[in-house]
Write a protein that binds this ligand. Structure first.
Ligand code: G3H
Ligand code: 13P
Ligand code: ZN
Length: 326
């Protein structure tokens, strides 16, 4: 193990102040996952151009794909790049779905400014104990911690949940109090990935459980709430992917108006990964199909990156309301 590196030396911030402002202001901070250079460039360019605070987040899968050290250095580069582009936006480097104390500690020790400990699959008591252990360590270094109550349908890294178990509002107060977490992810009907709802012919997407969100808010007023699985699964991208050889029939996500409604409440962090994946895949497929002689990755990844910039600007400006809040 190398020496301890504080995120403060890297120009990153934790999530405390930006969440406070977001809850008060009725908007949400975007949390975009990144695994490679083009995704990170797109996030930074789009957030600088829209003057939005941003959480760049790294999953376990991303660490395995790109290497934790590499990702952290990329994040440092992102901070510098944002400054060079002329906007000093707050940037949080966050561990997405941390599944153990050791992993959270390793990220904190290597420069992350925020971590999620996802004990949602554990019993209530075990979730509290694990989350508190991470909080006690993280807070020594002013690193913020996200916990989770309730299980999202679909796949949460290695944790597979067939049916979503909605957050039980009567548990949130005790969880927040006993763990000392800085934010809480809740389950109100979203799920990860591009197939969030199984719809029959003629059916439309069911509304999220805003009643559960409202009850949570009532019990922990002003406390930062996080929404995972919040991609809208933009149908134009699904159509492009299918047009150019893909098979994503029935892919559907959370409608934008529902996300806007959530962002106006105590939801102050909205996690988006799948929409970016779809945007990039659509453009790569389209580019390669239309340019069969091209073999320079900068060409097709450049097209994907440009689309991701547009998508993120749209999210910040129109869906989350974070544009202009940096
Ligand atoms: O929560 C899931 C995120 O979309 C990250 O996905 O584990 O495939 O990197 P991943
Ligand atoms: P989506 O799959 O809906 O983009 O959710 C991403 C997420 O919650 C990452 O933690
Ligand atoms: Zn998630």
């Amino acid at each position: 193990m190398g020496d301890f590196i504080s995120y403060k030396e890297l120009g990153l911030v934790n999530s405390r102040a930006i969440f406070k402002k977001a809850v008060a202001g009725g908007y949400a901070i975007p949390a975009y996952n990144f695994n490679n250079l083009e995704q990170l460039q797109a996030i930074i360019v789009a957030c600088v151009e829209t003057k939005s605070p941003v959480i760049i987040q790294v999953s376990n899968g991303a660490r395995n794909y790109a290497n934790e050290t590499m990702l952290r250095h990329m994040a440092t580069g992102a901070v510098q790049m944002a400054k060079e582009l002329g906007a000093d936006i707050p940037i949080v480097l966050h561990l997405d779905h941390g599944d153990s104390f050791e992993l959270c500690k390793s990220c904190i020790d290597s420069g992350f400014s925020s971590v999620m400990i996802d004990g949602s699959h554990l019993s209530f008591a075990e979730n509290i104990a694990l989350t508190k252990q991470v909080v006690d360590y993280a807070h020594q270094y002013d690193v913020t911690v996200e916990g989770e109550l309730g299980v999202l349908a679909g796949i949460e890294d290695d944790v597979v949940a067939e049916e979503s178990t909605y957050t039980q509002p009567e548990e949130v107060e005790e969880f927040v109090k006993k763990t000392g977490v800085d934010s809480l992810a809740i389950s109100i009907g979203t799920s990860h990935g591009a197939f969030k709802f199984k719809l029959k012919e003629g059916e439309s997407v069911p509304p999220l459980r805003f009643d559960i969100l409202a009850e949570c808010e009532q019990r922990i007023p002003g406390f930062p709430i996080v929404l995972h699985g919040a991609s809208s699964v933009v149908q134009e991208y699904v159509a492009l992917i299918n047009q150019y050889g893909g098979h994503l029939d029935g892919a559907v996500g959370v409608p934008e108006d529902q996300l806007r409604k959530a962002a106006a409440s105590a939801v102050c962090k909205i996690n988006i990964d799948s929409d970016g994946r779809l945007a990039m895949t659509a453009k790569v497929r389209e580019f390669l199909a239309n340019n069969p002689n091209e073999f320079d990755p900068r060409k097709f990844l450049g097209a994907a990156r440009n689309e991701l910039i547009s998508l993120i600007k749209h999210k910040n400006e129109t869906v989350l309301g974070s544009a202009g809040k940096a």
